[in-house]
Structure formats: structure tokens, C-alpha cells
Write a protein that binds this ligand. Structure first.
Ligand SMILES: C[S@@+](CC[C@H](N)C(=O)[O-])C[C@H]1O[C@@H](n2cnc3c(N)ncnc32)[C@H](O)[C@@H]1O
Length: 264
């Protein structure tokens, strides 16, 4: 990471000079310390900011594809009640052991590219620059390819969508659904995963925000004969709010609903 890029991660203190001089401030603080929609770097600092912005401290947060817990590296310990599970701990994100409406926020980051859904392990993540992700970003096992089940990119989306159904069940109304994903070119066709997900979930979840994370280093290219698409070097965090099925157009709870949810 260059010095310039690193600066993006420095905490910018709230500007106190105007307060000291006793100037009137019409509305709120004048500050550069705001959460931005795009960052260069790792997931962890962005995830920390997303939680700060959308998930009140003390909330119950289910990270249903927690892997090695990399997202949580910069979150202050004890600030949330974290339920961390993964297929590797025996919990499938499509079948969670939680009561309906019992979770305040849910984090989903399943294997996000088709290369991680292969029928033999030596093919997984391809043989190129993605192979390093094989162990970290999947359970390292081959995918059983049943007849008639989705393949390649459709298998990626299928897992997200099934996990989304389960998220809808366990999240309380207006609960926060944080989803990590990356677009991909599959079978030489552009597949904008984030658009597919936002559209597929529109009825059940309001997409409140989108964050772009750009890799700080250049991705390695292996045996490229002719480039057809831009090489992806960015991914997304999508932040959704679960709609109240009784009032599907409402995107934030009313005072009465907050009281009903025990949050008022
Ligand atoms: C991209 S990694 C997640 C990395 C994680 N966010 C972290 O911070 O370390 C994908 C994870 O999804 C898990 N996984 C794959 N299929 C799953 C499933 N059906 N249910 C739950 N977890 C699954 C893998 O074991 C892997 O740990």
C-alpha cells in the first residue's frame, strides 16, 4: 500500500476548531470524518465502519460464513453479541439454527466466484492467480454437482439467494443484512453479481448502501491471449434492510414499530 493510500485509513478527528471559537453551527458537526462509499485496502476497516454506521452496539450479529473471522479484526471486542458460524463449523448458511426474527444483523460472505464451485479440488479457484483463495474462501472441498442444479456463476448466485431466504427468516423486521460479493466474468459473459442480488432481493430487502473495495495491489494475469473485459480489482459490501412485510414500502421503523421491536 502506498503512503497516499494509507492516508485513507487514518482516523480523521472531528474538527473542533469551530467549537473552540464558539462559532454557531447551523446543523450538526462540520467534519471530514464521514464514512465513504469506496476504499482502497482490506475488508476489515470497511466492515468496522459499516457496523458503526448501521448496527448499534450491543446488537446480535450472526456472521454465517465467518471463515477465519477476518472481517472482525478491527471491531472492538465485546461491542456486539456475535454468533459466528460457517459450513466448516457444521452450520450451513441456508439452514440456520436461529428462531424467526431473532437476529438484529446478519453477515454473508460465501464463496463469491465460480472458480470456488468446482467438482474437483485441483480445479478450484482455477490454476491462476485466484488459487491462493482456495483454502481461505471456500471450505476447500469440491462441490457435488447434482444433475439439474445450477453450475458455474449460477451456482454462486444460487447459494447467495438461498442464504438470503434464510436471512430473511431469521432477521427481525428492519434488521441489517451485510453481504460481501464480487462481480465476475463467467463463460466469457459479464455477470454483475451485485446487481443480480439487489434485483433478486428487492421485494424483501431495501438496499440501503453499497461500498466498493479496491485491491491495493495489481492482480497478476496468467496467460492472457486477448483481453475482452476489464480485470476485476474491486468488490462490494452491500447493506440491506429487511422490509416489514406488512408495510413493504417503509424503509425505516416508525416509533411504534421501534417500541414493538423492543428498541424504542
Ligand atoms: C469468502 S470466505 C469468508 C471469509 C470470512 N468473511 C472471513 O472474514 O474470514 C467464504 C466462507 O464461506 C464458507 N462456506 C461455504 N459454503 C458455505 C455454506 N453453505 N454455509 C456456510 N458457510 C459456507 C466457507 O467455508 C468459507 O469460510
Amino acid at each position: 500500500m502506498t503512503a497516499k493510500q494509507e492516508r485513507l485509513w487514518e482516523e480523521t478527528p472531528i474538527d473542533e476548531t469551530s467549537q473552540k471559537r464558539g462559532r454557531k453551527r447551523p446543523d450538526g458537526e462540520s467534519t471530514t470524518n464521514v464514512v465513504l462509499s469506496s476504499y482502497i485496502g482490506d475488508n476489515a476497516p470497511v466492515f468496522r465502519e459499516i457496523l458503526k454506521l448501521f448496527v448499534p452496539a450491543g446488537s446480535t450479529v450472526a456472521d454465517v460464513t465467518c471463515g477465519k473471522g477476518a472481517f472482525w479484526k478491527q471491531v472492538e471486542e465485546g461491542s456486539y453479541k456475535v454468533l459466528a458460524t460457517d459450513i466448516q463449523t457444521g452450520v450451513d448458511c441456508r439452514d440456520l439454527p436461529y428462531e424467526d426474527g431473532s437476529i438484529d444483523a446478519l453477515v454473508l460472505d460465501p464463496p463469491y466466484m465460480e472458480g470456488l464451485f468446482r467438482t474437483t479440488t485441483d480445479e478450484m479457484a482455477g490454476s491462476g492467480s485466484h488459487s491462493a483463495f482456495r483454502d481461505h474462501y471456500s471450505d476447500g472441498k469440491a462441490t457435488e454437482q447434482l444433475d439439474g442444479t445450477p453450475k458455474y456463476h449460477d451456482a454462486v448466485v444460487d447459494l447467495y439467494l438461498r442464504a438470503g431466504q434464510e436471512a430473511k427468516r431469521v432477521l427481525r423486521n428492519y434488521g441489517i443484512f451485510i453481504v460481501k460479493c464480487q462481480d465476475e466474468v463467467s463463460a466469457n459473459t459479464q455477470r454483475l453479481t451485485h446487481v443480480e442480488l439487489v434485483n433478486a432481493w428487492a421485494e424483501d430487502f431495501y438496499c440501503k448502501d453499497l461500498f466498493v473495495i479496491t485491491r491495493p495491489n495489481r492482480p497478476g494475469i496468467v496467460r492472457l491471449l486477448r483481453q475482452e473485459h476489464a480485470r476485476k480489482n474491486h468488490s462490494y459490501f452491500l447493506v440491506f434492510v429487511k422490509r416489514n412485510p406488512r408495510y413493504p414500502k417503509r424503509i425505516r421503523p416508525t416509533k411504534g414499530e421501534l417500541t414493538e421491536l423492543g428498541l424504542g
